[in-house]
Design a protein around this ligand. Sequence first.
Ligand SMILES: [Zn+2]
Length: 286
Amino acid sequence: MASNLPQKGLPANGCLPASLHCYCSLFQYNPPMLFFTRRRRRRLRNEPLPQGWLQVLEQEVPLYRRLHGEDRDELHGHVQVLLAEKAFEGGGGFAVTERMRLIIAAQACVLLLHREPTYYPRVSSIIVYEEEYLAPLTEVDECGVVTEGIDRRSGEFSPEGALVLSWEDVVAEGLDVHSAYNVVLHEFAHELDAEDGITAGTGGFAEILRRNYLQLKRSVRLGRPTALDEYGAENPAEFFAVATECFFQEPLSLRAGHTELYRALSEYYRQDPAQWGDSCTSPPGS
Ligand SMILES: [Zn+2]
């Protein structure tokens, strides 16, 4: 990184005068490309929402309706950056409209509130199919026997850069006020997991997730219902994605049944959705 620093005029001992420390740290820790990226993103965040977008958000994104005024303003900015940076494609000839892109981006950006947003750097394109799509599946059982097949999917995140969604499922889940499921939150949570190394980590958050994952596995085995969908018992990565869905979609249930997990997610996302209003009513300041 030091190679980015201007060399001319440095004192013989290599130290910068105090007045240049800000300049120094700017280029030492933020390469020029990142500096310009940040400037472009700041400009995008400050642009007013295009006409008609607010109406779509208020009418068609229950999560947005639950946000308070300052969070809504922050979300507007993030949505503009995400839509400017990600390529949306229709899978199987499906025509992705601006309204669809906005509804998907708004839900994805709820996960970025109150953080230093990196805008999902592992996602370069978002592919939207009209409905569940077929994908090749390879399974290896405990004996090492490989089974090839076809899987029906509502969404997936590939670390190679594509995030795939079924529009039918985006509508059925994310737009249903009382659904615990949200395929957009689920797939973007996988990206955050890959980006931050959450479930592969060893810190306190990873430990809490692992403990709750094992509890869910036990509950599923014993047939005990919980606030979390049993799909979270598949593996730790699916557990984090399922827990993220529940945290934002059904925060009161999660907090009541899994207090430690709720607190840990609240700390990670720097949000407390249990304090939000009901999506059936308008939040204060609206
Ligand atoms: Zn998943």
